[in-house]
Write a protein that binds this ligand. Structure first.
Ligand SMILES: [Zn+2]
Length: 81
């Protein structure tokens, strides 16, 4: 119980470094293994990963609406064959 709690604490504390790939190889392995066993932490990491991904893929320069329309148009045509 106590050990499990410690592992959870470690995983949670290292989550950002883990997602950035900045943890030591041994630590990464330990966390990966823990995530396989622990639903709570694996859910938490999934949430953080999605959140980080959303922040990183949010482009500071929005593509112009005209470009978006053009791409949609091209996709529609591609769909029609
Ligand atoms: Zn855990």
């Amino acid at each position: 119980m106590t050990e499990h709690h410690d592992e959870c604490q470690e995983a949670v504390h290292a989550v950002y470094r883990y997602l950035d790939g900045e943890v030591e190889h041994t630590e990464e392995l330990r966390i990966t293994q823990h995530l396989r066993r622990c639903r709570g932490c694996s859910d938490a990491i999934d949430f953080e990963r999605t959140f980080l991904l959303r922040i990183r893929t949010a482009c500071p320069e929005e593509p112009p609406p005209a470009l978006i329309e053009r791409i949609k148009e091209l996709l529609r045509r591609a769909d029609d064959g």
